[in-house]
Design a protein around this ligand. Structure first.
Ligand SMILES: Cc1cc2nc3c(=O)[nH]c(=O)nc-3n(C[C@H](O)[C@H](O)[C@H](O)COP(=O)(O)O)c2cc1C
Length: 169
């Protein structure tokens, strides 16, 4: 059986918690799965499927995931991939929220029509702790009228991971 890579970016840890729950859930149904930060430049050759995720800040996904996808695009497009997005806006599920989260992620996925296209997209609410934000981000948070809170729901993440598990093997 092949190995699944769960690769994620994070600034404040919510996406790491979500990625780790995905890894645990996949291992719980018998898959071999590694959860690796994109900053560690995981080696795609070791894997037969990948789950990619990142948080959205100011309507964008950070460049780290984008750079890693660019470097590994061919391999990724030749395996099954699933994609998840993390943002405060995912607290509510509307067509507008889905579209804005997906648009931000699609840029990071090099607008590839293949990546994540065969599996349901994960859209998960994250968390904002103003005390942990550097001053410019706290300012940005106020300007964007973002609330503080912890909306991470690992049960929702688990259900999504279980739902895609059989398609990753
Ligand atoms: C300055 C700032 C800007 C943000 N911009 C967005 C945004 O545009 N859309 C969104 O859905 N969430 C936004 N968020 C919420 C983050 O995506 C959320 O806090 C996420 O959990 C961060 O992930 P991390 O903990 O893995 O870094 C923003 C948060 C901050 C602090």
């Amino acid at each position: 059986m092949g190995r699944v890579l769960v690769v994620f970016d994070t600034k404040f840890g919510a996406t790491r918690d979500i990625a780790e729950e995905i890894g645990r859930s996949l291992r719980g149904v018998g898959l071999e799965a590694d959860v690796v930060a994109v900053s560690a430049s995981p080696e795609i050759a070791k894997y037969s499927a990948a789950v990619l995720g990142a948080p959205i800040f100011g309507g964008h996904v950070g460049s780290a995931l984008c750079d890693w996808v660019k470097a590994n695009r061919e391999a990724l497009e030749n395996m099954t991939t699933a994609v998840f997005e993390v943002g405060a806006s995912a607290r509510t599920d509307t067509p507008e929220v889905r579209a804005s989260l997906d648009q931000a992620m699609n840029v990071a996925l090099c607008e590839s029509p293949f990546l994540g296209s065969t599996l349901p997209r994960g859209r998960f609410a994250g968390r904002i702790d103003p005390d942990k934000l550097p001053a410019p981000m706290r300012f940005m948070m106020h300007m964007a009228k973002l609330p503080a809170g912890d909306w991470v729901d690992l049960d929702v993440v688990h259900s999504w991971a279980i739902g895609i598990a059989s398609r990753l093997v």
